[in-house]
Design a protein. Structure first.
Length: 121
């Protein structure tokens, strides 16, 4: 069996200040597309929703556009640019650099299940 769905018709959309996550399931794979606008920063825009001191979600995906800087709790930093595949361990902050929105597609089950959802859900 083959299956195809447009992420533009996502089954779940989570909106938060300066960003949104669209979640779609196709076959046994759930993935999400994140769009973060210039000025978006996890610690300012999602931390109040998550209720944790840093993002505790694993992210594995592919960057489409924009640049995202990620700062791990241990002090290391990376920039994720268009065309980059990425893996980000729990325990980080992230923010958009420049004036272009950052768009990424994430294949991590935890991302689709928990990112930008209140801790009580």
């Amino acid at each position: 069996m083959a299956e195809s769905k447009s992420i533009d018709s996502a089954t779940e959309v989570r909106e938060f200040p300066k960003g949104r996550v669209e979640v779609v399931t196709v076959g046994s794979c759930t993935l999400s597309r994140s769009t973060m606008q210039p000025g978006w920063r996890w610690s300012e825009c999602v931390k109040p929703i998550a209720g944790t001191p840093s993002c505790q979600v694993q992210h594995d995906g592919y960057a489409i556009s924009g640049t995202l800087r990620v700062h791990q709790d241990g002090g290391s930093e990376i920039d994720i640019n268009p065309g980059d595949a990425y893996s980000i361990a729990p325990g980080h902050d992230g923010w958009v650099l420049g004036d272009e929105p950052w768009v990424g597609v994430d294949f991590s089950p935890a991302m689709a299940a928990t990112f930008a959802k209140p801790a009580t859900q």
